[in-house]
Design a protein. Sequence first.
Length: 400
Amino acid sequence: MAQAKRSNEDESLVGEYTLPDVLKCGDGTVVTTASEWTGKRRAEVLRLYEEHVYGKTPETPKLDATVTSERKDALGGLATRRIVRLSMKGQPKWEGIDVMIYIPNAAKKPVPSFIGLSFGGNHAVSPDIDVPISDRWMRPAQGDTVRNNRATVRSRGKEAHRWPLEMILERGFAVVTAYYGDIEPDHTQGWKDGVRGVLAEKGADTVWKDGEWGAIGAWAWGLSRMLDYVETVDSIDAKHCSVIGHSRLGKTSLCAGAQDQRFAMVISNCSGEGGAAIMRRNFGETTKIITTSFPHWFTPTYARYSDHAADCPVDQHMLISLMAPRPVCIASAAEDLWADPKGEFLSGLNAQPVYDLFGLKGVGVKHQPMVNTPVGDVVRYHVRTGIHDVTDFDWQRYMD
Ligand code: GCU
């Protein structure tokens, strides 16, 4: 991705760095068993992520669910499509999340599912022309798909290539998705119209404090609320829900998987800086660049590690470790240097000490594999040819 800001894309200039020891507790002891990890260190690492990276997700009231439409013959009869609005009692200012669910009609028993947010809204994901066009705030986009921060009719299906619904449904999975901007619009002041603002009841001059949640935390919270709803749907097996996300939404799916262990598998597609990429590696996007361009994504503390990554008590192998013993898939694209494909691999590799505690094999190789050569067992990694995107190749890996 072309970026105006300077970043290093020369492997020989990366330099030396030392990763924090994921097994070493705050009191200096070193975890040696799975139960010590689960009972002690895991909570510590999660807290470090709250304090230093994504902020703390507050407890929230249960959301109300209202089915707004259902079609049993969606996608030419392949699936049943339901749209459900999740909203918060007593908070009319926040319109809620419109969750779109496709369930394969051929299923004889509850199906596993993929839960993920989209960049463009349900109508952009689906080829069905009766899916309502989102009327929420949207980031400006190329072409004529967004005008005055609102989706136009031209945005129908524009994200469908990233959501190969037919392929996924034919393989027997349900798809559960929503527009990330339903939870919070993605701009620095977006919190005012999103769930963070509504819950905090903060004024317009609010400055978010260290340790308070940022937009990624809010979007991740939304994914958990979608899973709450899925738990009430008989035809979906809520114990086998994978959380998936691309790019900033890949950072979000990792954050969701870390905080909510009900997600059975966690998928990071090209998540890059603040996601799967090792922050101490000086390659591609940096902490400074990301916290300058997108300060609202993180807790304010995180920006202090701009040019001081070595001072941060976590690095992203610790985020991947929070998924253990669950499966995690990390995917990169060869041309997506901005996201640091090698750094994304290294976080998976360096999560191995925690997977070892559970006797589980992670990526299973010491070096980043060649393109289009997936590796790994419980921690899977692949780098495919091409650009920053989600492709059928990626989906095949996630469904296998
Ligand atoms: C920008 C940003 C990345 C992010 C990406 C995206 O490129 O710098 O960190 O992953 O947007 O979400 O598309």
